[in-house]
Design a protein around this ligand. Structure first.
Ligand SMILES: [Zn+2]
Length: 540
């Protein structure tokens, strides 16, 4: 064993720093004391699939092509994204080519699993039951954990009915993941890298922030609790035990990186971006729509209607004049937007804004400038200062997938603002987040922030702070450097400031030559089920 990369999914830099000062995360505290600790900047958008894809490939989203859980259907074939649709090469290929064995356990966006020199247990962003390779590992792991899941599913498991019970599941999952790590080390006598992700901390952040934070608009003293911290503590403990186990199993001190793919912030306000666009005459919803027929006997008509509304300019307005047709539901579908008259719309959460394709707005640079200026004038609901940094895609991404990227991204200066795109009819564009309703954006009280953590210690790691500018694209190249390999052609450089001595290693080309597949990794049926679950976060 040389390197352990331990993912505390969604662990927030500000929160972790506070918990360290309170002495509640002893493993992280020891790593910080003996090595390096500091912020790790996530991708934009700070989504699990996007961030882990950048971590695994060392590429920015413009080059790996994963901006979301699913493709904006106006920008390519509608499909769920997966490891198969990602471009670039995950680091296990470079390691394998150099004769080094690795294990990637519960790492998001590793489905469909690839045969690697080592072991893969697929993670979040794939089927609930992990795919495990090779077969011998699968048999051993499933014999010990027959009901193993990649991560719990808060909505399906109705977290709001029994939160204590749900927290218990999150904590047990931490133990199961840790045990799969131990089994992997037993199976692999010559392992160079073990990379694992604990998803429970991400879910706890989404679901329990209002219970932890007394200032949270949805905080109820009768329902207060520090479950979020309990989950962080459980992962911290599990990391400590894994470090000890690795030291004993391999007879040497491992190099350890504990990291998170993004931060987590409480939601104090929700900004309904599509509602704002509608109020300001950038977006028009249809008055008549065949979308209410979706899923019924006339499902085919709904599908045709969806296609025409997205691509034919005058279609929606003509349909609006037919009084006998149904009106859109309050919970509107993506295809209830009149794209022929819409110049800008949000797709998915995280402030992602696309310019209209059917209306031609996407080809009008003056319009882009005007819209960006207008959005920069949106005021914070409390302070009255500017609410958002408005970024153009060229400022955030580069590479062959720029056409898939949102033209503008809204980054709240105050990360307690959550920008959402769901298509309900809201009364106002800004809303204080006082009521948690599982039917609306899953009832989340926390959402992803841009700043995660990195703590590192052990052989090859220097003593000092992680620089503020450190980015997630640097993690893959850093792990490789620690194992004596230089990745060529990637966007992130090894984090020189945390690396002690040791020159460059063997050069291995990594970034080039692999293009993501256009076909979905899922059956049509699986895809429909997953997309339905994502609908409330503003996906199709
Ligand atoms: Zn995450």
């Amino acid at each position: 064993m040389r390197v352990l990369a331990l993912g505390l999914d969604g662990a927030d830099h500000e929160l972790v720093t506070q918990l360290l000062s309170e002495g509640r995360l002893p493993t992280l505290a020891r790593l910080a004391q003996e090595g390096s600790y500091g912020p790790l900047r996530s991708t934009v958008p700070a989504f699990t699939p996007t961030a882990w894809s950048s971590l695994l490939t060392g590429l920015n989203p413009g080059r790996h092509g994963i901006f979301n859980f699913s493709t904006n259907p106006n920008r390519g074939r509608a499909r769920l994204e997966s490891a198969a649709s990602r471009s670039g090469a995950p680091i296990w290929r470079a390691l394998g080519a150099a004769g080094l064995r690795s294990a990637f356990l519960f790492v998001p966006f590793t489905y469909p699993a690839e045969h690697i020199e080592g072991i893969v247990v697929t993670g979040y962003g794939g089927p609930a039951r992990p795919e495990i390779l090779p077969v011998a590992a699968r048999e051993r792991i499933l014999a010990a954990h027959p009901d193993l899941v990649t991560a719990h599913h808060p909505m399906k498991e109705r977290w709001w009915e029994d939160f204590e019970g749900y927290t218990g599941k999150l904590l047990r999952h931490v133990d199961e993941v840790a045990d799969v790590c131990r089994l992997t080390m037993e199976l692999e006598p010559d392992l160079s890298l073990l990379c694992v992700d604990f998803m429970s901390s991400d879910h706890a952040g989404h679901l329990a922030y209002n219970r932890l934070d007394p200032e949270h608009p949805a905080h109820d003293p009768a329902q207060a609790g520090d479950e979020l911290v309990q989950v962080y503590e459980a992962v911290d403990r599990a990391c400590g035990e894994l470090i000890d186990f690795a030291r004993e199993r391999y007879g040497e001190e491992p190099t350890v990186l504990v990291l998170s793919d993004h931060g987590m912030k409480p939601i104090y306000w929700t900004f309904h971006l599509n509602r704002w666009l509608e109020e300001n005459a950038h977006l028009r919803y249809r008055r008549r729509s065949l979308q209410p027929l979706k899923g019924g006997r006339l499902d085919y008509a709904a599908k045709v209607d969806q296609r025409l509304a997205r691509t034919r300019r005058g279609y929606a307005r003509r349909l609006d004049r037919l009084p006998f047709l149904p009106r859109p539901r309050a919970e509107r579908a993506f295809a209830d937007i009149d794209f022929g008259s819409t110049r800008a719309y949000a797709y998915a959460s995280g402030g992602q804004l696309y310019l209209g394709e059917a209306s031609g707005a996407v080809r009008d640079p003056h319009y882009l400038d005007r819209l960006a200026a207008e959005l920069a004038e949106v005021r914070h609901p409390e302070s009255g200062g500017p609410a958002f940094a408005v970024k153009r895609k060229e400022e955030l991404f580069h590479g062959p997938f720029l056409g898939k990227a949102p033209e503008l991204t809204l980054l709240p200066f105050d990360e307690r603002i959550y920008v959402e795109a769901s298509r309900r009819s809201w009364a106002t564009s800004f809303e204080r987040h006082e009521r948690l309703d599982p039917a609306v954006s899953y009832g989340y009280s926390g959402h992803h922030g841009l700043t995660g953590i990195l703590a590192a210690a052990g052989p090859g790691i220097a003593f000092g702070a992680v620089p503020e500018t450190t980015e997630i694209t640097q993690i893959g190249p850093t792990l490789c450097r620690l194992l004596g390999i230089e990745l060529e052609g990637v966007d992130g450089a090894p984090i020189a400031e945390i690396l002690a001595g040791g020159g460059e290693g063997r050069h291995v080309a990594a970034g080039a030559g692999h293009a993501g597949a256009d076909e979905s990794a899922y059956s049509a049926e699986e895809e429909a089920v997953i997309l339905e679950r994502l609908r409330d976060l503003g996906y199709e």
